[in-house]
Design a protein around this ligand. Structure first.
Ligand SMILES: NC(=O)c1ccc[n+]([C@@H]2O[C@H](COP(=O)([O-])OP(=O)(O)OC[C@H]3O[C@@H](n4cnc5c(N)ncnc54)[C@H](O)[C@@H]3O)[C@@H](O)[C@H]2O)c1
Length: 419
């Protein structure tokens, strides 16, 4: 049980006392469904941690779960025709409406379809409400998400608020968010990004078709590529990491690190590798958790609307610096796995951090908010609000060090830039 509207809130708060893993992450969030103006859900949204079953035994017990069936390869979307879809809502953004890809997906599904193509980056609760109204008008058996993290997150929330009656098939078109295999949907409300967390948000199937990546612009490869690196790196050192998530995170990190420059330079043959790395990093962080980089990135993204991966690229080296005295040994292990190692941990950590800074430059990504067009005075003026939003973000919970006010300020200071 993870989300409840108001009447249930008190009951869940009662259960929270009984179940310590159940946590109230934030509240309240209002969802308006314009199609039927009377239907206003003024909700207290309550999220649990991803479902952890109590297991009894020694200290080495670990749990990992991924229910998503993953199909990957060139032309993989043709599998849609074999999936028994009868009625589908396709959730996508205007780009795929315009280039005909959404219509092709509709044809391949062989189903009766409606296409909701209004997705914008940093999807809002309002957008979800509009999509939910379209869902309720069609009552599909399947929702197909076609696009990047924004389209997939909106589709997940639509399925959720539509009553969880339809299955979700995710077709990612960026190699970044990993949303195709996660329990998360990141929604923006009143300038704050809220990660919804619920196991039922995990798609039933993910189709990784490299043909959809042919026209990726270099800036999108760079932004989403750094999202993969930051997912893998944060998951690798997160408090929820395990042998299984470490294997996924280390492989995803080294594959993304090795292949991003070629993909950025226009080499299409490496794109499937990056696509798989993005999904593997998603599987890793979905179980292991993330950290301060993502928490602050959500806060900054909600306020300044910069691409999520670009913010992670700015923050990652600064957050490594902050976490190094706790996570140094694991950073060093990751550096060795990616071929950046040294026998001395401190040198390996420095190599890793410097390699990320060099890659960021090679991919022409900004190093500070100021370089990304945000006035440093605006950042300073809103520092209190940004710190507050960061500390409230659930990603902080799995940072290797407990996140404190001064750490957020230190990371913010490192990326603000100077006038
Ligand atoms: N749910 C999760 O687990 C999770 C994890 C990380 C990030 N996120 C969220 O995902 C969002 C970012 O997703 P994103 O980086 O994939 O970007 P996005 O979905 O916001 O898309 C960015 C732009 O790229 C364009 N685009 C997408 N695919 C394309 C293609 N193949 N060719 C050309 N253009 C294409 C889109 O039209 C859009 O304009 C953020 O809101 C972030 O918070 C979610």
């Amino acid at each position: 049980m993870t989300i409840a509207v108001s009447p249930w809130a008190t009951i869940l708060i009662y259960f929270r006392k009984k179940i310590p893993s159940l946590s109230i992450v934030h509240s309240p969030l209002s969802i308006y469904i314009p199609a039927s103006k009377t239907e206003i859900l003024s909700s207290y949204i309550i999220f649990s941690q991803p479902e952890i079953l109590p297991i009894k035994g020694g200290v080495d017990l670990e749990q990992f779960c991924c229910k998503t069936k993953i199909l990957s390869g060139s032309g993989a979307v043709s599998a849609l025709g074999e999936m028994g879809i009868r009625k589908a809502l396709i959730v996508t953004d205007p780009y795929f409406m315009k280039n005909g890809e959404a219509a092709r997906i509709a044809r391949l599904s062989g189903a009766q379809t409606d296409i909701f193509s209004d997705i914008t980056p940093d999807p809002t609760a309002q957008l979800v409400a509009e999509g939910t109204a379209r869902f309720k008008a069609l009552m599909p058996d399947t929702v197909i998400a076609l696009g990047g993290g924004s389209a997939m997150d909106t589709a997940k929330a639509i399925c959720y608020f539509g009553g969880k009656t339809a299955r979700l098939i995710a077709i990612p078109t960026t190699s970044g968010s990993g949303s195709e295999v996660t329990d998360f949907a990141v929604l923006t409300h009143n300038g704050v990004k809220h990660p919804l967390i619920d196991p039922s948000l995990q798609p039933e199937a993910a189709i990784l078709d490299s043909d959809l990546l042919e026209k990726l612009p270099p800036s999108l490869i760079a932004d989403s590529g750094f999202d993969v690196l930051s997912h893998a790196l944060e998951a690798y050192v997160a408090t929820g990491s395990s042998a299984i998530t470490d294997a996924l995170a280390a492989d995803a990190f080294s594959s993304a690190f090795a292949n991003l420059p070629a993909s950025f330079a226009g080499n299409r043959t490496v794109r499937l590798k990056l696509h798989r790395a993005a999904t593997m990093a998603g599987m890793a962080f979905n179980s292991a958790g993330l950290g301060l980089c993502h928490a602050l990135s959500h806060a900054l993204g909600g306020m300044f609307h910069l691409p999520h991966g670009r913010l992670n690229a700015m923050l990652l080296p600064a957050v490594m610096e902050i976490n190094a005295h706790k996570a140094g040994e694991k950073y060093a292990r990751l550096a060795r796995y990616a071929g950046l190692g040294s026998s001395a941990d401190t040198v390996a950590v420095r190599n890793l951090k410097n390699a990320l800074i060099r890659l960021r430059r090679e991919l022409r990504l900004p190093e500070t908010l100021q370089q990304a067009g945000v006035d440093p005075r605006l950042v300073q003026r809103n520092a209190g609000q940004l710190v507050e939003a960061t500390l409230a973000d659930p990603c902080c919970k799995t940072n290797p060090l407990p996140v404190e006010d001064y750490m957020v300020r230190q990371a913010l200071e490192a990326v603000t830039g100077r006038g």
